[in-house]
Design a binder for this molecule. Structure first.
Ligand code: ADP
Ligand code: MG
Length: 233
């Protein structure tokens, strides 16, 4: 489903020097597989998800999604393909505040497929237990409910792969397990592969496959640490 080969990503420091973050010889996720990615803050977890999702681009290497080497597509085709193939759940939900729960789910579809599937959006909201909150805007929802809307939105296009970046970090404790259960069960029902970033041991120990980013990434913590601005101590 997902294959990364020799993926490198650096950022550029204000002084122009490169700051290497990722150098991943190989990383693979099978269709329908559910796995957890662990790593210290700053270890490059979000950067990796961004590279997979095309939010930012790798400097080099191959990102193969559903058998398609996305770097070989034209930019427009790449965006379309990714939008159809991937769902993303953000740590901070990223719902559009001017739109209702139902509209937020529908917007996930509009970008990818160019058409709306209202029955599908309603069914997803029902699936995440929010059928009776469909007309609420984000500020009229609890944080747990907002993240459930975000889960519904991420699945709106029937993606093959769901990327979830610390999806419970901003959710109150009581709702964390519910979000995890919802993500896992909906992915299982629709045969969506899942890459989930979390800090929570309680969450990670529920998964059969747990990978430390530092084990698959050749850039060491020392190399990631930028030289302090202003030079000597
Ligand atoms: P994680 O999600 O594991 O906490 P990130 O992938 O967000 O880590 O960041 C990895 C490292 O890259 C951090 O040290 C961060 O400061 C740096 N970084 C992230 N985004 C940028 C950027 N746009 N420009 C420069 N450095 C960045
Ligand atoms: Mg992060």
């Amino acid at each position: 489903m997902l294959l990364l080969e020799n993926v490198k990503k650096s950022y550029t420091e204000p002084d122009g020097s490169p700051l290497p973050i990722l150098e991943i010889p190989r990383f693979e996720v099978a269709a329908g597989e559910q796995m957890v990615l662990l790593g210290e803050s700053g270890s490059g977890k979000s950067t990796l998800l961004h590279v997979i999702a095309g939010i930012s681009r790798a400097d080099s290497g191959r990102v193969v999604l559903d058998g398609v080497d996305v770097e070989k597509l034209s930019e427009a085709a790449r965006d379309r393909f990714r939008a159809a193939c991937l769902g993303y759940v953000f740590q901070t939900f990223n719902l559009l505040s001017g739109f209702t729960a139902l509209e937020n789910v529908l917007l996930g579809m509009t970008f990818a497929r160019g058409r709306r599937d209202l029955p599908r959006a309603k069914q997803l909201l029902e699936r995440v237990g929010l059928a009776r909150r469909a007309t609420h805007r984000p500020q009229q929802l609890s944080v747990g409910e907002q993240q459930r809307v975000a889960v519904a939105r991420a699945l709106a296009n029937r993606p093959r792969l769901l990327l979830a970046d610390e999806p419970t970090a901003n959710v109150d404790r009581g709702n964390q397990q519910q979000i995890i259960d919802l993500i896992r069960s909906t992915c299982r029902e629709e045969n969506v592969a899942l890459v989930l970033v979390t800090h929570s041991l309680e969450v990670s120990e529920q998964f059969d496959r747990v990978e430390q980013l530092d084990r698959i990434n050749r850039v060491t913590a020392a190399a990631r640490a930028a030289a302090p601005a202003g030079g000597s101590p």
